[in-house]
Ligand binder design. Structure first.
Ligand code: GLC
Length: 432
């Protein structure tokens, strides 16, 4: 009951704003020159820790001297950020004005009216500048809720100095990766062979999607029925568990989120790392890495006999606007700027992020400065089944059971059986 009152309030606010949409559009020019100074709050994560947010803001503020953008740091765990935003915005908070949100949120945030439908305020031409498919991913029931800022996908990072020293090729299969990691451990070249995201959270769903798809498995079939209790899924999960029991990945991998894995790799303690785009810049930043100049990046491996490259889960972050904002005209200008060629060029050259603006993504000069961008075309991408408003529950059914099997609390076969039955109830669940 409480929820529906709050949701109703949000609908009213959103439609009142939508009526004023035309006025907002025509007031853009006025904001630039005559309006009194306004401060908007942007809730955004650190990204690669190298001052990227400060750079885009300072450039934006030069273009719009009457708008000041204050950054409030998001936690670096997507689940925690989501929970915080849901509680703040459904409670009617007017701040943050703009927030960086995960690409998997439009179903839930759209259905709960936690984000403004941007298509009501921005022209078609705005959405045409993005790489195809991204706007579909940012939409729910015909409305676009997120303005894509960067696309994430999974990559394999490796110590090129160690592979060269021992004459090892960059592994193209999971089996080869395991074998090379074991070899490097036996040589005492590193403390850990391979680190990845195995904690019980959204990041594990991402890693799981990659092994599952490489093995030929799926979460749902074409009719939308859960099919994760399959021989392919068992092959994938047994392999992941084997990474731990063989000592190639530490037992503690079942508690690792992205920052844990990044820190170990940067400290020179791991031979291989699975992580997102930002990991390249992160590993090459002075003061936080001891592996500068020693890191290579490649598409993820696949299982032997399953093609030439592995699947990489699609992630990324979009800019969303709080429906209760008091500064809509300024928010829209900021969101437009972030998606522009200027904003996206700073993003893609300062951090190794995949820009969502088509022109920037295909600019050879940007590509030269951003090594992850140059191998994007070789990747096979897989999306999480995130279109439904109850995706958070779907993902939870996946990561809690996969994590239980990885840490040995449950057999791999039972974990898949249980995941499958929880997926069915997650789908039919009305609570988000
Ligand atoms: C990255 C991805 C995001 C994903 C998250 C999981 O931030 O961009 O889509 O949900 O990692 O930890």
């Amino acid at each position: 009951m409480k929820k529906s009152i709050k949701a109703g309030f949000a609908v009213l606010t959103a439609s009142a704003l939508s009526l004023s949409g035309l006025a907002v559009q025509s007031s853009f020019a006025a904001v630039k020159h005559t309006a009194a100074p306004v401060t908007i709050v942007w809730y955004a994560g650190t990204i690669s820790g190298n001052g990227l947010r400060a750079d885009v803001i300072s450039h934006f503020e030069k273009l719009y001297p009457n708008i000041h953008v204050k950054v409030v740091a998001e936690p670096n765990n997507t689940d925690t950020t989501r929970a915080q935003l849901i509680s703040q915005i459904s409670g009617g908070a007017t701040s943050p004005d703009v927030y960086l949100g995960d690409v998997i949120w439009p179903g839930q945030f759209g259905s709960m009216h936690l984000a403004l439908p941007l298509n009501k305020y921005l022209p078609k031409s705005f959405f045409n500048q993005f790489a195809p498919g991204l706007i579909a991913g940012a939409s729910y029931k015909g409305n676009v809720y997120g303005s894509p800022w960067f696309q994430d996908s999974g990559f394999l990072y490796y110590r090129k100095d160690l592979l060269a020293k021992y004459h090892l090729p960059v592994p193209k299969t999971w089996e080869k990766l395991q074998q090379e990691a074991k070899f490097l451990l036996n040589k005492k070249a590193v403390k850990y062979g391979f680190v990845w995201q195995g904690a019980s959270y959204e990041g594990l769903t991402c890693d799981w999607m990659e092994y599952l798809t490489d093995a030929g498995g799926h979460v749902f079939n074409a009719k939308g029925q859960p099919v994760m209790d399959s021989p392919a899924a068992l092959h994938a999960l047994n392999f992941m568990r084997g990474l731990i029991t063989s000592g190639v990945s530490p037992r503690a991998v079942t508690t690792f989120t992205e920052p844990n894995t990044m820190n170990l790799f940067n400290a020179g303690q791991a031979a291989f790392l699975r992580n997102w785009d930002y990991a390249y810049t992160n590993s090459q930043t002075k003061g936080q890495s001891s592996v500068i100049g020693k890191v290579g990046v490649a598409p993820l491996p696949t299982f032997a006999g399953h093609g030439t490259a592995g699947y990489a889960t699609i992630g990324g972050w979009d800019n969303y606007i709080n429906p209760h904002t008091k500064h809509l005209a300024q928010d829209l200008l900021f969101v437009k700027y972030l998606a522009s060629v200027q904003g996206e060029t700073i993003l893609a050259t300062k951090a190794s992020e995949i820009p969502t603006n088509n022109a920037v993504q295909h600019n050879p000069a940007v590509r030269r400065l951003n090594p992850v961008l140059s191998i994007v075309a070789e990747q096979h991408l897989i999306a999480r089944p995130s279109q439904s408003p109850s995706y958070a529950k779907v993902s939870q059914a996946i990561y809690t059971n996969i994590n239980a099997a990885l840490s040995g609390q449950m057999s791999t076969a039972n974990a898949l059986k249980q995941a499958n039955s929880q997926l069915a109830s997650a789908q039919s669940s009305s609570s988000l």
